[in-house]
Ligand binder design. Structure first.
Ligand code: FNR
Length: 180
């Protein structure tokens, strides 16, 4: 049976390293594993009044449908000011509303990320931990993937071209897929 992994990138940038890391992940998964890419682009800023008046936005419902169907989730996170980018956290906050709260419970989740700096999103990845704990996910802690110095490893369109990084990514995905 095919295992489906919902992949979310936390960047809206056209040539995003993190969106490129997710594209590479979708190319590198083994037989029997499929990465379905979700989009946070149309998720509005969280507003409790909006939620009360109109319920969950369509973009959020779509993400929740994908989350429900997924055997695991990959969060491909940029790092801003040593933490989680607001646009990404905002999307996950919306996804935790209504029926979404239950959908996270026990869901296998892996975090990875890329940045042009020397630490490759280690602080942002750590920043996700209390969020994921609160959502009661099954956090996959066995593998770690910080893609540092991303400017040397991706092309101008954000494609991961460095063979060694692609190998590390394939190993990471293999480990996560086996765990779910
Ligand atoms: C950054 N960047 C960054 N990088 C990092 O490694 N540690 C950091 O703390 C920060 N802080 C930070 C703050 C803000 C507001 C911005 C806009 C950027 C750089 C960041 O890693 C870089 O812009 C990446 O290219 C973002 O990821 P995407 O868009 O390429 O996926």
């Amino acid at each position: 049976m095919t295992k489906t992994i919902l992949g979310l990138s936390g960047s809206l940038r056209r040539a995003s390293f993190n969106a490129g890391l997710l594209r590479a992940a979708a190319e590198l998964t083994l037989d029997g594993v499929k990465i379905e890419t979700g989009s946070i682009r149309d998720v509005p800023l969280y507003d409790g009044d909006l939620e009360q008046a109109k319920g969950l936005p369509t973009s959020v419902k779509t993400l929740q449908t994908q989350l429900q169907a997924a055997d695991g989730v990959l969060l491909v996170t940029p790092e801003y000011n040593n933490g989680i980018p607001g646009v990404f956290k905002n999307a996950i906050d919306w996804m935790s509303r209504g029926p979404g709260l239950e959908m996270w419970v026990g869901k296998p989740v892996a975090v990875l990320g890329a940045s042009p700096g020397g630490f490759g999103t280690i602080m942002a990845q750590n920043h996700w931990l209390p969020v994921l704990r609160t959502l009661k996910v099954d956090f996959w802690a066995e593998g770690r993937l910080m893609v540092a110095r991303a400017g040397d490893l991706f092309d101008g369109d954000g494609n991961l071209t460095d063979p060694a990084s692609r190998d590390r990514l394939a190993d990471f995905l293999d480990g996560f897929a086996r765990a779910i």
